[in-house]
Design a protein around this ligand. Structure first.
Ligand code: NAD
Length: 576
């Protein structure tokens, strides 16, 4: 049977390619590895090689044709061999629409939009819609900035920064020639600094609203009919509001698991409580080894709190590549944290210390952990209970609103973004990206949310970040891939910053070297991951990363070296 030459997937985000030049013509002899055709996407040009020896029997897609990934380009086989398809002819290539034009920054319309919620999803959507000419009102019942700026990302990172400074001085200080006597944590000041940063950032949003003429109503909104809201304002009045479009951006709240004795015990706190303690606890049991649990555990462990983590599953941080989790967990153990996996919590008992967390271990035996505080970090759920989704007729799954990739809900004119929607990561940058997509679609500019370039950042010690596919996912999907790794210990800057702990791991397609995933643990990982997101978004290959000069001395050099290692040409590490 003739060999079907297909349009390759040259990048994780590639959907189609254009045949720019046929190197072999019909009737030409073709050898395995011969370049047969050149393909361009809107981002790169690549040569496609043959995987068989034979003769070019039939060229299906002509020069200039757009062909979807896996669409037929040509048939190669023995001279005279029939080509599959009707009458011996292969199926024609499916033409694709041209790429969308650049999205304008200038006004394109004058619609009225209500945004419910002023977090990183809502405020970004509001500003983008206003830029495009919309008259925007944001309804917010509490603070601008939402969870992220007030009780989530930013406050946690403030605590982690104080913690990192303490650890650096204690662990590295003497070695690098910085001797400090009597280093201590001034915990109330840690909390004050966090509050100051939050305040500065949230007042910045108020300023941005003024600049973009976005109106703000202090109040809580709920649906009274599809596309119609009732807003209970902070002055006690109620107003019915409608608009050309509504964007729901109400975020998420901490889940409270039905663990007996938990609600009754004031020493059981959630992440909000852990970000505003008045006194540093001597001990803390963390229920849940997810991102929230481990980030706060790292901060408190560095401040000197004895941390015990209990987790129901047999693994932690499933969103990270396994190699990263191993390094992260080893470091956290070194910090003195204790991990108990496959140890679901059964109940919380009263204790003179604070609380006693009773779990069932692998062997089915009860084990208990006592601590001054218990941090409950078992996930977050959509904050939509007060919205009356039924009155609004919004399709949802246990409160998480169903949307398509244009952020449209089941009701025309109503959009939803961020943590309150179903099926996407609950991350601030995800919400912001969705906010821009919703605003643009409302204003008549077609936009789609694309998960593939969405990075995950975990602020444990050392930082970890991932974008694209993990090695585990490549295996599950049966992809042919190659891996390049570069240890931070071989990078000068990383060695200076944290003693060289960590690794950069790049996963690329085996044949074309397209970047499929990038995974980093080590200093600056959460900043470095932007290069991986860009590489995936722009369908870059290992060659293109390698061809880019990375500045020295920086941790970014480790990214290029990992790409080199994938091609067995690393300079500063082994290529085995
Ligand atoms: P999570 O779902 O990531 O982790 C919760 C963990 O608790 C799970 O591993 C689960 O198995 C465990 N668990 C549940 N019930 C348990 C029980 N009874 N006993 C023991 N273990 C139990 O949730 P999270 O850490 O609370 O985070 C919530 C959301 O917030 C996530 O979507 C996360 O991505 C987001 N977030 C992101 C960042 C970041 O990007 N840096 C930071 C904070 C939060």
């Amino acid at each position: 049977m003739a060999y079907e030459l297909k349009m390759p997937q040259l990048g994780l985000t590639m959907e189609e390619g254009t045949v720019s030049k046929w190197v072999k013509k019909e009737g030409d002899a073709v050898k395995t590895g011969d370049v047969v055709v050149e393909i361009t996407t809107d981002k790169l040009t690549n040569e496609v090689t043959s995987e068989v020896d034979g003769t070019m029997l039939k060229i299906v897609a002509q020069e200039g044709d757009d062909v979807p990934v896996k669409g037929t380009l040509a048939w190669i086989g023995k001279p005279g061999e029939a080509v599959p398809g009707t009458g011996g002819a292969a199926a024609p290539a499916v033409p694709f629409a041209p790429a969308a034009p650049a999205v304008p920054a200038k006004p394109v319309g004058d619609k009225k939009i209500i945004v419910v919620g002023g977090g990183p999803g809502g405020y970004v959507a509001a500003i983008r819609a206003a830029q495009l000419g919309a008259k925007v009102t944001v309804v917010e019942r509490e603070h601008l900035g939402g969870t992220c700026l007030n009780i989530g990302c930013i406050p946690t990172k403030c605590l982690l920064h104080s913690a990192e400074l303490i650890s650096d001085i204690k662990e590295q200080g003497a070695e690098i020639g910085v001797k400090v006597k009597g280093v201590e944590v001034d915990f109330p000041q840690v909390i004050k600094h966090k509050n100051d940063i939050s305040k500065q950032l949230t007042s910045g949003i108020a300023g941005l609203f003024k600049m973009n003429k976005v109106a703000k109503v202090d109040g809580e909104a709920k649906f009274v009919a599809p596309g119609k809201l009732s807003v209970k304002k902070s002055d006690g009045s109620t107003e019915e509001m409608t608009a050309d479009a509504i964007i729901v951006a109400t975020g998420s709240i901490n889940a409270v698991p039905p663990i007996p004795g938990l609600k009754e015990n004031p020493n059981c706190i959630d992440s909000t409580g852990a970000l505003s303690l008045e006194k540093l606890p001597k001990s803390m049991v963390v229920i849940g080894a997810g991102v929230i649990g481990l980030e706060l555990a790292c901060a408190y462990a560095a401040f000197g709190t004895k941390i015990t983590v209990v987790e129901a599953l047999d693994h932690m941080l499933p969103m990270l590549d396994g190699d990263l989790t191993k390094i992260g967990v080893a470091h956290m153990k070194k910090m003195g944290m204790e991990f108990n996996l496959e140890c679901p919590v059964q109940r919380v008992d009263a204790s003179p210390v604070g609380a006693k967390v009773v779990c069932k271990n692998k062997e089915g035996k009860e084990i208990a952990f006592e601590a001054e505080k218990v941090l409950v970090a078992v996930g977050r759920r959509a904050n939509t209970a007060m919205l009356d989704l039924d009155a609004g007729k919004l399709d949802n799954d246990r409160g998480r609103i169903k949307v398509n990739d244009k952020m449209e809900t089941s009701v025309p004119g109503v959009y939803a973004i961020g943590d309150c929607v179903m099926g996407y990561a609950q991350l601030a940058h995800t919400a912001s990206a969705m906010g821009e997509v919703a605003a643009e679609n409302i204003m008549g500019i077609e936009a789609h949310y694309d998960q593939k370039t969405n990075p995950t950042c975990v602020y444990i010690e050392p930082e970890a970040a991932s974008v694209g596919l993990t090695e585990e996912q490549c295996k599950e999907q049966g992809l042919a891939y190659k891996v390049g790794k570069f240890p931070m210990a071989a990078n000068g800057k990383a060695l200076i910053l944290n003693g060289g702990e960590g690794v950069v791991k790049i996963i690329a397609g085996k044949e074309y070297g397209e970047i499929l995933g990038m995974h980093i643990i080590g200093p600056r990982a959460t900043d470095l991951i932007a290069e991986g997101a860009l590489a995936i978004g722009e369908e870059m290959t290992l060659d293109e990363l390698i061809a880019t000069i990375h500045s020295h001395p920086t941790v970014t050099e480790a990214m290029r070296e990992a790409a080199l290692q994938a091609e067995k040409r690393a300079i500063h590490t082994s290529n085995k």
